[in-house]
Every structure is written in structure tokens, then in C-alpha cells.
Design a protein around this ligand. Sequence first.
Ligand code: ZN
Length: 335
Amino acid sequence: MTTPTPDLFTTRLGRRAFGQRAARWSLAGTVALIAAACGGSAATKEEVTALEDDLKSLQLEVRRLRGGSTAATDAHGSTSAAADTHGTTAAADAHGTTTTAATSGGHGDVAHWSYEGAGGPSEWASLAPENAVCGTGSTQSPIDISFTQSVSGGRTVFKWDPNTPLTVVNNGHTVQANLDKGSRIEIDGTPYDLLQFHFHAPSEHTIEGKQVAMETHFVHKNEKGDLAVIGVLHALGLENGALAPIWTALPTAEGDQRSVPSFDLLSVLPRDRQMFRYAGSLTTPPCTEGVRWHVMQSPTTVSQSQVSAFLELFKGGNSRPVQPVKARDILREAA
Ligand SMILES: [Zn+2]
């Protein structure tokens, strides 16, 4: 007895080539085969069970194609638990993850988002009403930073703890390091507490059109609840020793978390702290605007094996494409 193989539809090529219609046809075909098997005396119990398994796989695939969730993505329950370890909703909001899980209740999550295929960046705005600004916003992030647009201004002072313990979490979209209060920056005299930092591969921001291997985002919040993010670019090269303690503790499965007893935050920054400032947004749904961005001009390095270890967890990468700059000024801040 031949049955449609679910493997065809779980490959990206298969999904793109055949799309929802093909999946539906196959689903219908499987249902017909099961009906025939159940009605005919020739079918064994094992054959019927195998067909039912195929049907389940196809149903999951159809849900995925429709932008719904699969068993794998339903692990938002564990994402919520991981997000709770921040102790602050703003930290979670800075990555959008908790908002999604909280508003949808996790299961049957219509707002599930990803970095490719169904639920990918071009569809974020239509996944949920609260994501609308992902498509309609005028100050979205990331952007390509062009030197010709920059003018001078501003001062950022780093008061980061060189010896802070971390809780490193895999939230399904990135690896995020949460930390206790105590580290902050001051932007033109206003303090912003560091809540968490996390990683993207390849980089989300580009400078003069050039994308590098990775980017770290340090998410801060001031008393009024405004967010400020420091972006550090990492180009392919020597191993990044500053990040090594996190890489040896990378939580491999969604929801996993690990402890790093001591971490030197300042060591992640490039020696030359000249940076670009601009007004932007979260780079993940719901793409909330009003985020102050500070992107370091000079990249540090990251090794190919470090990049590979990260991409092993987030296959295909976890970067939103650059968004239109529109009428925004980019300020260049001296180190
Ligand atoms: Zn980020």
C-alpha cells in the first residue's frame, strides 16, 4: 500500500513547491486511504495505525502552512516560563516573545512568528492586530546605517558590572542572558537599567550595506519605561573570548536555561566605542516603536565555530531584514 510521504512536505523545498493546496490534496488522499483501509478486510491494524500517523503529520503540516502552530512551536508554555525569569515584562517585551505567548495563551497560537516561511518577517504584521506596526510603522528596526546621513551629537556612559552572574535562556527565538539590576547606561545624563542581552545571526543592522556574522543587543529601560538598546556587531574572525563563557553554556533546547556564575559585560564592547544613534523599534513582533538604538560602529569578532554553534540552534538565522530609514536622522556619537 502506498501512502503519501510526509517527508516531502516537511522540507522547505516541498513546502514552497507545493504549498497549502498540495498539502490539502495529500491530506484528502490519506483520509481516503484510511477510509479504504478501514473498510477493506485486507488492511492490517498496523497499516491503519501507520496511515493514522501519516494523517497526524499532515494535519500538523497543514496547520503550519496556514500560519498556525505545530507541536514544536506550542512549546510557548516553556517560553513563558523562561520569560518569567526576567522578573520584568519589559525585558520580555524587548524581544516580543512573552507578549505573543501571553496574549495568545500559548496553545493554538495564531500569532506565532518565525524568521522564514509561514510566520516570517513579511507576514509579522498580519499575524496579530498588535503586530500591525511591523508593517505600517515609520521608525522600524533594524536599518542600514549610512555614514552620509550621520551628524554628531550625544553622550553615552557605560556603568556595566564587570562581574555579573547570568541566567542564559533559549526562548525559541534567540539565546538571551538575563541579569539582576545593577548595570546601567546613562544617555545624556538619563539612567537606563540593563535588563538582558541576546544574540542575532547574521547581524540585523548593516553599515554601508555590509552585514556581519552576528550582533548582540543589550536591552535597557529607564524609569519611564522607555527602552534603549546597545547593538554590538561581530564580524567573522578570531574567537570572541568575551562571549565564550556563554557559548560553553548555550542552552540547546527551547525553554532550557543555564547559569553563568560571572560575566564581564564591558568586555563585549569594542575598544572604540564610537556609535550611531537613531530612533527605532523592537526587531521582533510586536515591533513596538520608541526604542532608542545605539549601534557600535566598530565590530568585534566571532569565530566560525561560535557562529555555527549558534546557527545549530536557530537554523536559517534569526535576523529581521533591514527596514526603510524614511525621514530619520542618524546621529554619530563620539567615543
Ligand atoms: Zn535583538
